[in-house]
Ligand binder design. Sequence first.
Ligand code: CP
Length: 319
Amino acid sequence: MHNPQLNSNGELIHLLSIEGLPRGILTHILDTAASFLGITDREVKKVPLLRGKSVFNLFFENSTRTRTTFEIAAKRLSADVLNLDITRSSTAKGETLLDTIDNLCSMHADMFVVRHASSGAPYLIADHLKRVGRDDIHVVNAGDGRHAHPTQGLLDMYTIRHFKKNFENLRVAIVGDILHSRVARSDIHALTTLGVPEVRAIGPQTLLPTDLGRMGVQVYHDMNEGLRDCDVVIMLRLQNERMNGALLPSAGEYFKHYGLTPAKLALAKPDAIVMHPGPMNRGVEIDSAVADGPQAVILDQVTFGIAVRMAVMSILAGN
Ligand code: CP
């Protein structure tokens, strides 16, 4: 099946989803990110790989980590970065997404980094660019609806590889609102592609999609059972804004059954790491004692996100 992210040589031209990408491309991105982390740890703060290129950050939905780290990453690659202020843009006057894109193409954009509440919006843009003969412009999905958040998935894999050294023999649990989570979907595709033998999904029936088995994931409704002997615990935010109707009795009830406390974390391996994509709801899905505790690598994830986003942008459009 045609993958719109790859050209006829199998090279990455857009990053829209981790689903369908071969292991070699994921590994290449992680290895390239490792080389950038080496650079940014030292005195050299900038490399000229995107000099003369314009990166447009188009965030139609709120973001702290993703928008900021894309901006830092692009600047460290020497790109010109433009952050479109959507609330002050002509989108607010009714301009369509594709009319906005056509206008930004006329400003000599080289890359669009897109976050949108609608699943599929970055695909729509990539398809439109191809139709108007501008497939020299790259599209990076920075999170679309419930569908995918590929750079978060990649930075999560980078974090796991950093702390656990490889993906073999790992038991990884993803806990919480998987139904509404683009992060969970990207993580599951990345973990299974990279060869993690056991991926577990833990949550109430109402917050788990029905196709997890087909994705190679084991389902647990009892958190105590699901966490047992895990190497990695990925906690997810409860996405109240995406819920239609009452999927949960209350936040307090949710925390009692699915909140990560020190006592529950003790069921995982003693050296298990705790991850969370952010933003966190303390006291809803995670206890502050865990979020700020010695096993949490949540802020490391953010730092690694810069190197991973540098890797993605340089692979797509590097000089
Ligand atoms: N993890 C993540 O996507 O965070 P932001 O919404 O702050 O970008």
